[in-house]
Design a protein around this ligand. Structure first.
Ligand code: G3P
Ligand code: CA
Length: 272
């Protein structure tokens, strides 16, 4: 990821497609079912949000509470993994596990550990983009657990001549700096709802090499992509579902799009 600007030419780095919470348009977000689908669909990478349970396990859940995406209630941080394991994270989507061959594992709570197993056993290179959610509350515990797990899977220290299979994303620069301190070889992505005045020229917080703007930023200011590239950094945009937005990102030279519909985006890009 320490690429000079010349390496960002489209013919050398085609637009990568990252499955947001898995193939989350077709399957319940953050379940094995959604991630298996994304891998089958040909996604280059998988995105997931991680939170700590009350007993210190990292699980893939977006919201602070489980209310929207399961049949349970309460904050992830107040529930133990055993409590979460009793919940159904599939039915809310109206597409529970395959009825002919019910697979409860595919729609139960997904631990980051299980997702890492899926990634390393995928049979092809699949990258992983892990987002730390509200990490300040836990004062470094989320990042410490995350790096410990990546280390166990041999993913914390990529070989010097190979790109890392994992990157860590956050809206919190502090969280990214903790990751950089613990694992300097893992690229970090600074997520943005808005570009602050000090980052308008394409620069990023110290040590961060990838900008993660919302698609709304690119719609208003497509020139931001070129400014980030001139500063020697890359651009990963979220959440890019509309074909017009995919085209906008491709034309602007974006490096990766994070999407709920990897299959449709890959098809639009002529990769299927
Ligand atoms: O990939 C970044 C994007 O996921 C950030 O927003 O709310 O979907 O986690 P959110
Ligand atoms: Ca996310």
């Amino acid at each position: 990821y320490a690429h000079p600007a010349r390496d960002l030419r489209p013919e050398r780095h085609p637009l990568a497609v990252i499955a947001h919470r898995g193939a989350s348009e077709d399957a319940p977000e953050h379940t094995l079912s959604a991630y298996r689908r994304a891998i089958e669909d040909g996604a280059d990478a998988l995105e997931c949000d991680v939170r700590l349970t009350a007993d210190g396990h990292l699980v893939c859940v977006h919201d602070r509470r489980v209310n929207r995406t399961s049949n349970g209630r309460g904050a992830v941080s107040s529930l133990e993994l055993a409590d979460l394991a009793t919940l159904d994270f599939g039915s809310w989507k109206g597409k529970a596990a395959d009825e002919e061959e019910p697979d409860l594992d595919a729609t139960s709570v997904l631990t980051l550990e299980r997702l890492l197993e899926l990634v390393v056993d995928a049979g092809r290179r699949v990258e992983l983009a892990v987002e730390t959610k509200h990490p300040t509350r836990w004062a470094g515990q989320v990042e410490a657990k995350l790096l410990g797990l990546l280390d166990r899977f041999g993913l914390a220290e990529p070989p010097a001549d190979e790109p890392s299979q994992v990157r860590v994303m956050s809206f919190s620069a502090r969280s990214l700096h903790r990751v950089q301190a613990g694992a300097p070889g893992i690229p970090t992505v600074y997520l943005m709802q808005f570009v602050s005045p000090r980052h308008r020229d394409g620069r990023l917080p110290a040590g961060v090499r990838i900008a993660g703007p919302s698609i709304r930023i690119i719609r208003k200011d497509p020139g931001y992509v070129a400014r980030v590239h001139r500063a020697g950094n890359r651009v990963h945009v979220w959440t890019v579902n509309d074909p017009a937005d995919v085209e906008l990102c491709a034309r602007a030279g974006v490096d990766a799009v994070i999407t709920n519909r990897p299959k449709q985006v890959l098809s639009q890009l002529g990769r299927l």
